[in-house]
Design a protein around this ligand. Sequence first.
Ligand SMILES: Cc1ncc(COP(=O)(O)O)c(C=O)c1O
Length: 434
Amino acid sequence: MSQRRVFLKQLGLMTSAFTANNLFQQAYAADIERAQQAISGFSPEQAAADEDFWSVISQAYTVNPSIINLNNGGVSPSPKVVQDAVERFNKLSNEAPSYYMWRILDQGREPLRMKLANLAGADPEEIAVNRNATEALNTVIFGLDLKSGDEVIGTKQDYPNMIQAWRQREMREGIKYTQISFNFPIEDDAAIVDAFAKAITPKTKVLHITHVINWVGQILPVRKICDMARSKGITTIVDGAHSFGLLDFKIPELGCDYFGTSLHKFLSAPIGSGMLWIKKDKIVNIWPLVCNDKPRSTDIRKFETLGTRSFPIEQGIGEAINFHEAIGSKRKEARIRYLKDYWATKVKEVPGVKIHTSFKPEYACSICGVSIDGMTPGELDSALFSKYKIHTVGIVWENISCVRITPHVYTRTIDLDRLVKAITEIATTKKTKA
Ligand SMILES: Cc1ncc(COP(=O)(O)O)c(C=O)c1O
């Protein structure tokens, strides 16, 4: 093949991530379309129980068949189509990094911004692409002008990286960081909103709200909290690490000012990808975390001066969005909630077993805590892995002590049957020995 033809072929392959002729369409569109036809006319809840449809989705992943991974809340795998895109872009980058990354792949960022904006229901000028939720939210936490004495309210159940960022501002600048504490599960919006409202003082400037609590999966009534805060002139920052790509919502509907998320959790984008959304008129307020020549500008791109980062990972996000959209947000949310309820309903009556998460759809989806009387989370986590090869995570944080179970779209009900059997056997053995 002539050099020119080789180049044109590479260019065609490479630009495919941001054109209609993408990898997803080549690999899966026909399979998924056939599977979708079989469930057309089903409501998302009816489709949630259709194992034939979900087995097509499951097969698109390359997960290890010997381990049941139920810690998707930590980080999620990408379907093969996303992995292939990253690999392809990586190989290309290594042919001549500065040429392919900076002159070619870099052109994919604006189409990607549009794709993400479409998914988020936002203006592309409000979307910055970065590496994870920590980076997105630390950008806002460190970038907001606050003076000594100004108060920020968060919760003891927020994510440690955000708590530490606020504490650092407290140490350096003398802001006051107050944490309220919840006993989850809570099935009462007013109780949650009131807890935030009661902590507000005339000096409160910011509420930090975690949309889905990572430890036990509690969904907070973000819209109601933000409406209450706005009525008092208070800024709201939402940690959406576990909500984006899982729950069917558009970011502006939350009524917040700032929203940060990882894309490598429920969106199944390449590992090491994230997104920051800032309401258009608030962009000017935030100093970039990493330098920019116009730090006070209103251009969201001022948050993307990250230096050399992985362009292959960034461009792989587009394929993850294609994959997500082929499933459909409503259907995905319904399926993952179905999976959570599937196993948790079966074990909740087993003597000695306690579920730490609500069964009401508005308060939980996917993440669910479980414990067995007389066992620490570490012991239960080890027992699940050593005998049953079920990978989970033990949680001991503030007032929470349980094992966290997080299914994803590729999780099969037969995997959850094994989880139910394992929990039942472990609880029964524990009781017999006690
Ligand atoms: C609620 C919450 N926020 C933020 C993060 C940080 O995500 P990342 O490691 O992608 O920055 C996590 C990670 O699990 C999380 O659970």
